[in-house]
Write a protein that binds this ligand. Structure first.
Ligand code: GDP
Ligand code: IMO
Ligand code: MG
Length: 425
């Protein structure tokens, strides 16, 4: 392994945190490449459960340096809180965490804009996490964003923020009927966070280029998932960044030719949080059963996740888009509770069968999933760490999916803990 991208192959929450934590033991660098504190990555080890939003999931296992890459949008207040929580667990971040000087800063006005825009969309709301992600990327693309490097120049920082705020206050008051933001109050609230994070900021791209030259091991940690990708996901019900493998390169400065592996993470079924099309969604008691046994509640917002059967049309699309050449298959144990297992192998669009994932959300809303039924196993897979110990029908399910998408399963996860894992390397 030289550079391995870990990418969510569904709508997020596939178990990226668990897998990155597990693999980081042998890594020299773990890099988050996009998104922000909309992510919630859960790690379970030593009877502890930790949810990380911005700090890469390699912070607790091994000696990897953890990088928040240039593609990430960083909310300094959220980061400060997370730094505090991680340090309370005995990790000294001064030697372990780096933040790209080109990463953009989420300011309080981005959060407020995210929330008021969602409110104003009414029934058409995207169901964002309200963490200011979309508006922060809008600032970036509009070339008025504040970058981490600006924090080294307080006068310039203040000048840029004040300019932005003048525009944003106009919109808040005149368009959204909201109170204006007071610049002084905002700067005061930011002061302690900015002071604390200054020392982590550096040229992480150069560090990563050196690491590549030295043959070091780099893990790239995606947030969200392929179907939430701004370009390739279920637009407009997507996030505002590129979680797909291409985004790992732009979000870190690592060239595509340096990437050796792209590992897709998929649950053994599907979930989605927020609005937008979801062909295999189950709104009945079966969906409820997934939610209960899979503890499917958002790690960031606590919202109940929508649940459904595994969608192989969508998964194949994710494999092609990302160039996935290995799979981590998570939450197999949740299927322990089902007599039979459905798996979607095709879509029916007005009587025509297709295995092509439609790019239009309108069309995706009308497809009917075509299912194949497989036998359940009604036994426990929880905690099993050898493939040969799995019940026969569980092995058959895995082999069916493996054959269908044509990618080997290198990791099978049978529980949330590090130890509850089958490794097939
Ligand atoms: P991420 O955003 O992709 O890192 O995923 P989340 O942390 O948001 O959601 C995954 C949830 O599933 C977390 O609560 C994990 O602890 C849990 N989890 C991960 N792998 C497994 C597994 O194999 N079995 C079960 N039962 N839970 C798992
Ligand atoms: P991790 O990294 C699942 C969803 C939101 C919403 C849409 C846009 O934990 O897998 P945003 O706040 O990004 O503008 O919201 O994207 N979303 C996620 N869903 N897991 C996530 O992250 C998500 N991050 C954003 O629910 O539908
Ligand atoms: Mg999550």
């Amino acid at each position: 392994m030289a550079v391995r991208i870990i990418v969510g192959a569904q709508w997020g929450d596939e178990g990226k945190g668990k897998v990155v934590d597990l693999l980081s033991k042998k890594a020299n660098y773990v890099v988050r490449y996009q998104g922000g504190a909309n992510a919630g990555h859960t790690l379970k080890f030593d009877d502890r459960e930790v949810v990380l939003h911005l700090i890469p999931s390699g912070i607790f296992n091994g000696d990897a340096t953890c990088i928040i890459g240039n593609g990430v949008v960083v909310d300094p207040r959220a980061l400060l809180e997370e730094i505090g929580n991680v340090e309370k667990m005995g990790v000294n971040l001064d030697d372990k965490l780096l933040i790209s000087e080109s990463a953009h800063v989420i300011l309080p006005y981005h959060r407020i804009l995210d929330q008021v825009k969602e409110k104003s969309r009414g029934d058409d709301a995207i169901g964002t996490t309200g963490r200011g992600i979309g508006p922060a990327y809008v600032s970036k693309v509009s070339r008025v964003g504040i970058r981490m490097s600006d924090l080294h120049h307080p006068e310039l920082f203040r000048e840029k923020v004040e300019k932005n705020l003048a525009d944003i206050n106009q919109a808040l008051v005149n368009v959204y009927n909201e109170p204006r933001i007071d610049p002084e109050e905002m700067f005061d609230s930011l002061k302690p966070c900015l002071a604390r994070i200054q020392n982590f900021i550096c040229n992480t791209t150069a560090r990563l280029h050196d690491a590549i030259d030295n043959g070091e091991q780099i893990l790239m940690e995606g947030a969200q998932g392929t179907l939430l990708d701004l370009d390739h996901g279920t637009y407009p019900y997507v996030t505002s960044s590129s979680p797909t493998a291409g985004g790992a390169c732009t979000g870190s400065g690592i060239p595509p030719t340096a990437v050796s592996h792209v590992m897709g993470i998929t649950k053994a079924y599907c979930t989605r949080v927020g609005n937008g099309p979801f062909p295999t969604e189950l709104t009945d008691e079966t969906g409820e059963k997934f939610r209960k046994h899979g503890a499917e509640f958002g790690a960031t917002t606590g919202r109940p996740r929508r649940c459904g059967w595994l969608d192989l049309v969508a998964l194949k699309y994710a494999v092609k888009l990302n160039g996935i050449n290995e799979i981590a298959f998570t939450k197999l144990d949740v299927l322990d509770h089902f007599d039979t297992i459905e798996v979607c192998t095709e879509y029916d669009i007005e009587g025509e069968k297709t295995d092509t994932f439609p790019v239009s959300s309108q069309q995706l809303n009308t497809v009917k999933p075509v299912y194949q039924t497989l036998q359940g196993w009604r036994g426990t897979t929880r905690d099993i760490d050898r493939f040969k110990d799995l019940p026969g029908p569980a092995k058959e399910y895995i082999e069916f999916v493996e054959d269908f998408i044509g990618v080997p399963f290198k990791i099978i996860s049978t529980g949330p803990k590090r130890t509850e894992t089958i490794l097939r390397y």
